[in-house]
Design a protein around this ligand. Structure first.
Ligand SMILES: *[C@@H]1O[C@H](CO)[C@@H](O)[C@H](O)[C@H]1NC(C)=O
Ligand SMILES: *[C@@H]1O[C@H](CO)[C@@H](O)[C@H](O)[C@H]1NC(C)=O
Length: 394
């Protein structure tokens, strides 16, 4: 029996020490939220993320699951920012400093952009928004002025990427205008406004979201992935992170302007994500991968906490509880239950749900070994952010 199998047994015992026999379609939020401690889930997850992926020698997050592959490689800046924000939100100032130093390794000293890899040449505006949010939260925690200056410089850089057809380019200087880079730019603007009161940032955020409404919004109210500025061809894929980021932005805009039209937009989007089959599986659980989900949790949590829209508390808690129960690989490490064999098997055996499909993706395992799923900084960071959102609303 290898170590991983032993840890799975321990893990099953640990997670399911109280019998769980639920039909997912009728998850009772009350019972789940009273029997589940999101604060503990958050702590377990950030601790596991740190001990698994933080590399002391390189003073950076490792892209490899150390039990899967030896050595070190810098993880990409998006992943570092997602996990890093969860670490900052835990309030640990020592680790916050380490995360910030890790992020600065990605910054190009000439241009100011944070590139995908340290010393790399490609920079993406949505990555830079993720980075900006870490710096803002680190500033809030430590009052270190340099962090705020970095965030303000970043929003000014991001604003330069307003494209020839409108919207914010995805890769700096390139032709694709992504809805995610546009919604994230808007959110970065309103979040910086909170600290510098620069009213032009509110106008900019409004321009981003209005442009999306005109050019990249489907009849269901959700956003298409993006558009090529050369031929106006649209990629019609849809993911929950654009919706979540827009809900966050509308929530901040409502708070800062008092304009009820923004509140209506936020509520309409929030109602849709809980009702529309576009993002819901037949079991009532959001269908996007973990890594595309955490910004949706942030959006709903912003709407609840900034504007007291408490009608979403139970449903949001249930969605997070599901992730804790069914996406957990080892304590505090997560993967997608529809993409990883052991998780899918366990989901089926507990719920008896045969309606959902399974994707076999070899890259999700160490050396093709289906008994040993690969853990990733991004999935664990996403899960940590999700549990943190539940601590904000309860
Ligand atoms: C997480 O780590 C911190 C600091 O190392 C420790 O104080 C805390 O007890 C840990 N929490 C859990 C739930 O493991
Ligand atoms: C979800 O993750 C899997 C890998 O685990 C990937 O193959 C798939 O494309 C992802 N889904 C989306 C919508 O990106």
């Amino acid at each position: 029996m290898d170590m991983f199998f032993i840890s799975i047994l321990l893990f099953l015992n640990y997670t399911f020490s109280s019998p769980i026999n639920v039909d997912i379609r009728s998850i009772n939020p009350k019972r789940d939220s009273t029997s589940w401690d999101p604060e503990l889930a958050f702590q377990i997850t950030i601790n596991a993320t740190w001990s698994l992926f933080w590399n002391n020698q390189y003073q950076a997050f490792n892209a490899y699951d150390p039990q899967c592959q030896s050595g070190f490689n810098y993880d990409s800046v998006w992943n570092v920012a997602v996990a890093g924000k969860a670490i900052v939100n835990s309030g640990d100032t020592t680790k916050t400093q380490l995360v910030i130093n890790n992020l600065y390794k990605f910054q190009n000293q000439q241009t100011g952009w944070f590139t995908s890899t340290p010393g790399g040449s490609q920079a993406y505006t949505d990555d830079n928004s993720q980075v900006l949010w870490v710096f803002l939260d680190a500033y809030k925690l430590t009052s270190n002025q340099q962090y705020l200056t970095t965030a303000i410089n970043l929003i000014h850089l991001i604003q330069t990427q307003w494209s020839t057809i409108g919207g914010i380019t995805w890769e700096v200087g390139a032709n694709y205008i992504a809805s995610i880079s546009t919604t994230e730019a808007a959110l970065s603007a309103v979040r910086v406004y909170e600290y510098n009161n620069d009213k032009t940032l509110l106008t900019f955020a409004n321009s981003c979201l209005s442009w999306l409404d005109t050019h990249l919004t489907d009849t269901d109210g959700f956003y298409f992935d993006g558009i090529d500025s050369r031929d106006w061809s649209i990629n019609r894929g849809k993911l929950t992170y654009t919706v979540g980021t827009a809900i966050s932005t509308y929530s901040y805009l409502t708070k800062f302007t008092g304009d009820g039209l923004y509140l209506n937009k936020a509520i309409k989007l929030a109602n849709s994500v809980f009702e529309s089959t576009v993002f819901l599986n037949s079991n009532g659980v959001w269908n996007n991968n973990l890594s595309y989900s955490h910004l949706l949790f942030v959006g709903i949590a912003d709407l609840i906490t900034l504007l007291q829209q408490t009608q979403y508390v139970n449903q949001l808690t249930s969605q997070a509880n599901f992730i804790w129960l069914y996406d957990q690989l080892t304590p505090g490490s997560f993967g997608d239950y529809q993409n990883i064999q052991v998780l899918y098997n366990r989901y089926q055996s507990i719920t008896n749900d045969k309606a959902l499909g399974f994707n076999s993706i070899i890259d999700n395992y160490c050396n093709g070994n289906f008994q040993q799923p690969k853990r990733t900084l991004l999935n664990d960071g996403s899960a940590a952010q999700i549990f943190y959102q539940i601590t904000r609303i309860n």
